[in-house]
Design a protein around this ligand. Sequence first.
Ligand SMILES: [Zn+2]
Length: 276
Amino acid sequence: MGKKKPRGVCRICGEYKKLSFEHVPPGATYNKQTVQLVSVRDYLEAEKRKDAMPWELGKIKGKISQRGRGDYYICEKCNNDTGSWYGAHYKKFVNVLMYIMHQEAGKEYKSVTLEVREMRPLPIIKQVMTMFCDINGNLTRNDSALRSFIMDKEDQGLDTNKYRIFMYLLKGGIEKTAPLSALIHLGESEPVMVSEIAAIPVGFILYVDLPADYTPQGTEITNFVHCEYDDIATITLALNIYENNTWLPTDFRSKEEIKATIEKSRKWEEEHGIRC
Ligand SMILES: [Zn+2]
């Protein structure tokens, strides 16, 4: 039998309750198999030992999960509600994207334009925001509008100035669950708050309070919230195809680019007598 379910504060409704295991992304979208979970600390330790590139998961020790990626983020009611309101529509969308990626396999395209028919934009974006609330414990804490956006399937009141959601197609490499972190670009004053969830065939990026002068990654889908729950739409999306080779959110550098950066910085360390 499984372990006793832990209790804690549900990251959707905010109540202290018995929590249930939530797959992120949903189990029905290719996330039920055994996976190797590698934490940022595992990566950094391997990097210090200089014996593994960021994408060489086989050389980095991690934890094995036999039921896919996820955790005890939310209570049973929120898990069941979001699953039944949003899950099937999200799954259908991901299945279309998986089909497209199979078609594109082996080709060198960097982007693709596709038309997705008979999809339900609002439940899809609600599922995406549910996943971001799952992995970012603080998101709903002081934001009743966000809480109600997820807990009421008809609600369209997401603050679309604050939260902006982008997506891309993922063709390979590391699958990521990156909670909100600040990207700091030298020469730019404001840090950029970003979270990312990526699992083949799709990656989602959440920017919080995106600075107006910053160019975000991916294709914006925030406007899915303007559809009503029952609206069925045909949507044309031009999506970039990326490969994830590091755990850093929105880092889509190729292996060659990463190798060059690492070599350059190691050379600099040697020249300056720095040992890490
Ligand atoms: Zn709950």
